[in-house]
Design a protein around this ligand. Structure first.
Ligand code: NAD
Length: 252
């Protein structure tokens, strides 16, 4: 399929997990992809993998919580590829696993910086570039933790709920400009983020495996396909929604 032929995409946190898989999926569908990450080795490995498969990608080191980096990441798309069509605000951190009263203040501030402010900066500078380019599609990473409360993840969940709400603002404020904004809410996906959680809290593996009504954990490709749908014209009349991709978890 070539759902993103001649399109330019920026994907944050594309040096690992869902972001990396989405970068590959986008490139397979014809997009030139700007791979943005704080992890230089991870980001470069994603670009190498895309180039090895005959796709087009470039790496930019960017911390999404730094507005200058966020602006420079969008400028890379405009300077290297001539504009911006799809932005996937995927980068995030998981933060600590702790009940609210034991959650460190610094950790809460950091998760809001990366998971919420990082998305807001991406939207702000991404929208400016899309306005210059006749429109585009923004997808942001929310989570089931942004839809319902998942114990001991208050900072993560609060930031993700805010990402879904921000998505509605971007959708209605720019609907007449040809810019759509949607979010994706994965359940539990087998990535480095989940591997880290299991390593630190081995008892959580069993809990993760039994979270979703559908058996097992999601594959990053299953989330990337949903992002491809929201990012491409396949979803041309869809804006302001958070699409759950969670094996039926929220249907319970
Ligand atoms: N894995 C899951 O089960 C799951 C579930 C729901 C939602 N999500 C969301 O999906 C997205 C991707 O998660 P993942 O599991 O692939 O995580 P991951 O940890 O495998 O990858 C995240 C990437 O983001 C990068 N990153 C972190 N902070 C950054 C910053 N400040 N600036 C730029 N890049 C930064 C990391 O270096 C890493 O490459 C996240 O938004 C996450 O919250 C994941």
């Amino acid at each position: 399929m070539n759902l993103l032929e001649e399109q330019v995409a920026v994907i944050t946190g594309a040096g690992s997990g869902i972001g990396r898989q989405t970068a590959k999926t986008f490139a397979e569908n014809g997009a030139a992809v700007v791979v943005a990450d704080v992890d230089v080795d991870g980001g470069r490995a994603t670009v190498e993998s895309i180039a090895g498969a005959g796709g087009e990608a470039t790496f930019v080191e960017a911390d999404v919580s730094d507005p200058e980096d966020a602006e420079a990441m969008i400028e890379t798309a405009v300077d290297e590829y001539g504009g911006l069509d799809v932005l996937y605000n995927n980068a995030a951190i998981e933060g600590p696993v702790a009940r609210l009263d034991e959650y460190e203040n610094d950790a809460f501030e950091q998760i809001i910086e990366v998971n919420l402010k990082g998305v807001w900066y991406g939207m702000k500078y991404g929208i400016r570039a899309m306005l210059e380019d006749g429109g585009g599609s923004i997808v942001s990473a929310s989570s089931i933790g942004g839809e319902v409360a998942v114990p001991q993840y208050s900072g993560y969940g609060a930031a993700k709920a805010a990402v879904s709400h921000l998505t509605k603002y971007a959708a209605i404020e720019y609907a007449e400009d040809g810019i759509r904004a949607n979010a994706v809410a994965p359940g539990i996906v087998r990535t480095e983020m989940i591997e880290r959680s299991i390593e630190e809290h081995p008892e959580m593996e069993e809990q993760f495996l039994n979270t979703e009504p559908m058996p097992g954990l999601a594959d990053p490709e299953e989330i990337a396909n949903a992002v491809l749908f929201l990012g491409s014209d396949l979803s041309s009349r869809v804006t302001g929604v958070t699409l759950p991709v969670e094996g039926g978890y929220l249907a319970q």
